[in-house]
Design a protein around this ligand. Structure first.
Ligand code: SAM
Length: 306
């Protein structure tokens, strides 16, 4: 039984006026990297958690929900078996792990700007990456992912954007703009797909999700928002799939189950036909907020969250 007085607590401010509190069993890592403040905390409810700039990125207990929801919808949304994938950000290595579950992927590049975060995750979070960095198909690069996209002439079937939120002076501010998404579109193969994490979908806190959605609609013919409840965040979480071909909202549960069985090997605990239908069928207040949003995020007017 937890006695609150005997515990240290980690408080995450979910919004300016709300938060989520976790009892800390021990602090495994506390470091200031070149780009961000990093902690790996062992919490009573969720096991090890990666925290960057005070925000929980993932937890040992429920990271499968976040990472499967982030990666798996992209695989059945491709019209052919995927070969090349790119992970933008992705610190813990769990996004790379999920991408590598696709047996036809022959090359998966992960570009995370922060070598210290990745090295500390590699050392202290083996439960999350499960050896993904050592897979011969993986290439790990440490640089700004936008600069990498500007330079490379490679084309990818699947691009997964797993970035920290665009905090003021944080490293990801210029990776949520229309210009950045145009670059992503150009680096995708002709029927390629992008999936991304897009902030919370909590009542009253939809401005980030809806502005990213609206911005993507200017760039891709198909833009489909979806959500999953990630308990360690304490709020429902938004994701967006943008594609040049298939619309995931037109796919049946049977199609998803059939394609997932072929394109995802290894353990799957969250994603499948039922989760797909549940996630892409957004409730009215969210689709209405997306419809009403007119904010376009640009390099000149980037969106910064506080
Ligand atoms: N699960 C996440 C969440 O809840 O926001 C994001 C996961 S992952 C830890 C985010 C990664 O994005 C970090 O490791 C960070 O170093 C990386 N990142 C931030 N800005 C970047 C940039 N400009 N280029 C490449 N990687 C970047």
């Amino acid at each position: 039984m937890i006695n609150p007085r005997n515990h240290k607590w980690f408080f995450e401010a979910t919004t300016a006026v709300e938060g989520h509190v976790h009892a800390i069993v021990r602090t495994i890592v506390s470091a200031q990297t070149k780009f961000q403040q990093m902690e790996i905390l062992d919490t009573a409810s969720y096991g090890k958690c990666l925290v960057l700039d005070g925000r929980i990125q993932s937890s040992q207990a429920d990271e499968f929900i976040y990472h499967e929801a982030l990666v798996h919808p992209g695989l059945p949304a491709l019209d052919a078996e995927p070969n090349r994938a790119l992970v933008i950000g992705g610190g813990e290595g769990a996004t790379l792990r999920e991408v590598l579950k696709c047996p036809t992927i022959t090359r998966a590049v992960m570009v995370d700007i922060d070598d210290e975060v990745v090295a500390l995750c590699r050392e202290h979070l083996p439960e999350m990456h499960r050896g993904a960095f050592d897979d011969p198909r993986a290439e790990l690069r440490h640089e700004d992912a936008r600069a990498y996209l500007e330079r490379t002439d490679e084309r990818f079937d699947l691009i997964v954007v797993d970035l920290v939120e665009p905090l003021e002076e944080g490293p990801a501010c210029m990776l949520f703009t229309g210009e950045f998404y145009m670059l992503v579109r150009e680096r995708l193969s002709p029927k390629g797909v992008m999936t991304m994490q897009a902030g919370m979908t909590k009542v009253g806190e939809l401005s980030f999700f809806t502005a990213v959605h609206r911005t993507l609609e200017q760039v891709f013919p198909i833009v489909a928002g979806y959500q999953a409840f990630v308990s360690c965040f304490g709020v429902p979480w938004g994701f967006i799939l943008a594609s040049k071909g298939i619309d995931p909202r037109q796919q049946t549960a049977q199609t998803i189950d059939r394609l997932c069985a072929r394109r995802i090997t290894g353990p799957v605990e969250y994603w499948g036909g039922a989760a797909h239908l549940h996630s892409f069928n957004l409730p009215k207040f969210i689709s209405e907020a997306v419809r009403q949003q007119d904010r376009l995020i640009t390099d000149k007017h980037p969106l910064v969250v506080s």
